[in-house]
Design a protein around this ligand. Sequence first.
Ligand SMILES: [Zn+2]
Length: 590
Amino acid sequence: MSINHAALGLLLAVGPLAAQNTPLDAFRGNIAAIHSRNRAAYLSHYLHTPALARVGPDGLRQGYDTFAAGVGTSWPDTLVATQFRIVPVTPDVVYGAYRYRVVDSSGSVRGVSERVFVRTPEGWKIAVTTAFPTPDATPPPLAIVGATLVDGTGAAPVRDAVVVTRNGRIACAGARMSCPVPPDADSVRATGKWIVPGLIDTHVHFSQTGWVDGRPDALDLRARYPYEAVEAELHRRPDRFFRSYLCSGVTSVFDVGGYAWTLDLQTSTGRSTTAPRVVAVGPLLSTIDPWLNLPDQRQFIYMADEATVRQAVRAHKAWGAAAIKVWYIMPPQPPDTARMSALVHAAGDEARKVGLPLIVHATGLWEAKDALRAGARVLVHSVWSAPVDDEFLALARRAGAIYVPTLTVPDGYGQVTARHFLPDRGALRCVDRATRAKAFATDTVALAQAPPQSLRQRLGRIVRSLAPGLGSTRRHDQGALNLKRVFDAGIPVALGTDAGNPLTLHGASVFRELEAMQASGLAPRDVLVAATRNAARALDLDSTGTVTGGAVADLLVLDADPLADIRHLRDIALVIHRGEAYTRRELEYP
Ligand SMILES: [Zn+2]
């Protein structure tokens, strides 16, 4: 049996109009009628009497007629029913319960639902039905049986494996013999599939939309898209991107720079099964003074002097930031390199004192080396200005640094400059309608609205190193060449997209980035480790990034072999986040 929408929904195969010869048949038939949106079949399961009882959080309601009147006006997009249990009470009365998850346009709701069945001449009928949301309950135990396990550690794949999840963690992962299926777990047959850890994007920005309305410094459309309104909407609705990430197989992300509210996402997503785990740094420190702030909030803190820098680092610690992020960009005028360097080193020193890792945006070789000397743990961009040299590699090794290549973000800016969006059709199904519409609107923005001088200065180095439409010749880019050198030198590499930047879409952009890493000469296995275990280390999350016993139950079930070609990470059948299993289809936007 292949894993599809209905199979996960029921986990036990059932026809939509199963005979109601046993209470379990009636139970499953009742659910199947919801899946098939069959009003008559659905109603046929209920006792046609004024005594029919329905109970929910708002109490008891009775009567078949009022119930029937409301049926069929709206059906959920998805109803996932698991953990069916049947308890005979008397020969003519049976109690049943199951766990449900309902997904519709307003989001995802989990709960427990009960039925009391009574025997009638027409078969078993429902006399009592209840449903109670249980948003904080842990997902039920699940066993995925028969897939090839690629656990993210770089170890050899395990064929015919079993992965058991329980209480949001991986209870067991390995060969079938070593991982028995527990009797209380629902099981999914996954023969011919592959299991990998959930992907981790170490470079995203929830304060940016994925289009130019979040970056008026790149292309100023504020007359049509007021920046204050755009940012208020991002703050209000981060959930739209949460779904995009899960849909794209991304179960954890690192927000490496944004407004202060992004820090709150750490708590709000900390135990969520409907959002990726977010680790965030809050406002970033910058060696230049960008104007892109709100009148009453800053996402960039200008490193004016040492006192400002050290104070900002201590404030970040107090507010719960996961790291200190520095934008290390030399000013366009003949740079006062010694002063800038001293400020970056002050940030590194203060970060060390308060126990926060230093992470740095540095695309110039000189700045990247200086950042490593200042103690940078993560470099969130490639070095684009020149080939990395032995000194850089030695510094990176000594600092124990993780290198995040972030190869494809310049392509998005290139598409904006060319006024032509190059959609990634498959991945775009994970993008909400409003964001999709904006991306396609790129082609209609007047060419007269040229990027301002400030953008050209900021991106000059990156964009100059890329010709538009490089496509298959990408491996000749400086970024790609440097990635291969860094990887070959044994420096750990992690996946990062810079999602939120124009046309680097939240979630959906991971696939092209993974493919660019492979095109740079990394083997699929090494790209996968970069996107999972190494990325978890960049976030300082030691309990995620691998499918091993005790880890957080974040994993993907794929239809094709990711070790043959990293493109097969696109072939997602199931996304399991903290033990909650979603089909790819239910996470897509219509
Ligand atoms: Zn970034």
